[in-house]
Design a protein around this ligand. Structure first.
Ligand code: ADP
Length: 237
């Protein structure tokens, strides 16, 4: 791997119980990338995310991760379930729990982890909510809190699975703006699964489209003029 490479997938096939969902995928994620993953329901987007996170071993091929990612420099924002929305903890506790990875065998969070949690609460504009119960927040506020939590783990890469599901348009725009800031000003690489192609493409530099006829991976401009990109845009409009 070269120094700027975070994840390299070489001829990777992913699936369940020997059944392939995604096959022969070549993909490289580098520092500062902003990759949007799109495709129909059931095409394998979440399966890819599980593979990138190391939760699902490849059926064949190899997924290499940089040393930093192996040590946990990746933050993950999963799709929220109803049970998670009702989580009975304070906002501060939810964000601080993002430091669990770095806690190793210690029983307590360190002062540095606590200050990282406070800093990320501030960065996401939810510091004044820190003592409120997470389940009492609006959907947009909850997503900001979860992003602050993911940032406690991430120093290089953020992986987000459908982050704007359930958000109103203003909250969704707000989230995109924050992601753009993290990417452009802080150099955070972003991999985001989304159905909201039109808006997401305003930020993403690369698109991975998983379709029945195969996988397309290229710049946003290349995608928009590709047959897959044109078909997908028509279906969405
Ligand atoms: P997407 O995220 O694009 O909607 P998924 O990656 O969730 O698609 O699913 C891709 C395919 O893999 C689907 O056919 C789905 O039924 C199947 N699948 C997903 N998770 C599992 C699992 N845990 N066991 C078996 N099959 C699964």
């Amino acid at each position: 791997m070269t120094p700027r490479e975070l994840i390299v997938c070489r001829d990777v096939s992913l699936g369940y119980e020997g059944q392939c969902v995604l096959s022969h995928l070549d993909l490289t994620i580098r520092e500062g990338d902003y990759l949007c993953v799109v495709g129909d329901n059931g095409s394998g987007k979440s399966t890819l995310i599980r593979g990138l996170l190391g939760l699902l071993p490849p059926l064949s091929g190899e997924i290499c991760r940089s040393k930093e990612l192996m040590e946990g420099a990746v933050g993950y924002l999963p799709q929220q379930t109803r049970a998670q929305r009702d989580f009975p903890a304070t906002v501060y506790e939810v964000v601080l729990s993002g430091c669990l990875n770095g806690r190793k065998n210690r029983f307590f969070y360190t002062a540095a982890q606590k200050s990282a949690a406070m800093m990320n609460l501030g960065k996401l504009g939810v510091l004044e909510l820190k003592d409120q119960c997470y389940r009492d927040l609006s959907g947009g506020q909850q997503q900001r809190v979860l992003l602050a939590r993911a940032l406690c783990a991430a120093s290089r890469l953020l992986i987000l699975d459908e982050p704007i599901t359930g958000l109103d348009p203003a909250a969704a725009q707000d989230l995109y703006k924050t992601l753009r800031y993290l990417n452009e000003k802080e150099g955070m690489a972003i991999v985001m699964v989304t159905h909201d192609l039109k808006t997401a493409l305003g930020s993403a530099r690369t698109v991975l489209h998983i379709g029945r006829s195969g996988v397309f991976c290229g710049t946003t401009a290349e995608y928009l003029s590709s047959p897959q990109g044109r078909r997908f845009q028509e279906a969405q409009s």
